[in-house]
Ligand binder design. Sequence first.
Ligand code: SF4
Ligand SMILES: [Zn+2]
Ligand SMILES: [Zn+2]
Length: 312
Amino acid sequence: MKCSRCGRPAFAKFRRHNAAFCEECFDLFFERQVEGAIRRKRMFTRDERVLLGVSGGKDSMALWHYLHRAGYRVFGVHVFLGIGEYSEKSREVVTDFARSHNLPLTVLNIQDFIGCSLPEATRRLRERASCSLCGSIKRHILNRFAFEEGFSVYATGHNLDDEAATLLGNVLHWHIDYLAHQDPHLPSPHPKMTRKVKPFYTLTEEEILRYVELHRIPFVPEQCPLSQRAKSLDYKEALALLEERSPGTKHMFFLGFLEKGKAYFARSLTPPELRECQRCGMPTTQEVCSFCRTVERLKAKEVKNHAHSRRE
Ligand code: SF4
Ligand SMILES: [Zn+2]
Ligand SMILES: [Zn+2]
């Protein structure tokens, strides 16, 4: 197999591009994809400080590596969730990477924000699924950190597979509000909320994995033990089947939506009225934000459990 660009031996074939690349040409392809996304969507410049959420998974580690290598001012932030060995390993991977590449990194411990680990919070609030609870807590913690530290942009490693699966879910359920909002660059709706960007939105999981292998970037391959078999995995499987039969389907679906479909949904949208939470001051549509309400419920359960265990 020869590289489609230079004719040297290729190291990987990419059906959706009908091309095979040698290591050097693949790197160039990768760079063009990311730089094209950053430029097209006006995500950030090389002068801006970019806050990057690093979980320790392959996507965020690849993006961290790329942004640093390409000369962007990237600052990593990791939320330690206290999910046993999985969290310990994730923290180790991100801290080792930061140290070995001399990169700034902040590790935030969920315990300092909600008073306990994520598994303990899930146990106390039995009625809520871990991922939705985890997502809403992380969103709040990261948003507050970005605001307090003066970052104007927050980046994540979401890729084309993630975005196409989310889009399929939004279409199947006709979540009009989500469809109006889904975009690799979400502008800030409030001065206390950082804009959010996804520089990998044109790259597939497979392409990112190749990049990680090529540069020997460390990452945590294990799945989070608290993750439920999310619907998004079914959507990814369905899309993988279509992609197998017609390479390029995911690209056409998501990028076509951005170009042609999104405007229809955005038109009918009335932006939510945001005010500041009475407890923490962060933007919310209600008087008290969902994060502060969760913390209050966690405290109430702790008091109740404590009283219960004293009676026993
Ligand atoms: S899989 Fe779910 S619980 Fe685990 S880190 Fe991700 S969102 Fe949180
Ligand atoms: Zn080549
Ligand atoms: Zn609040």
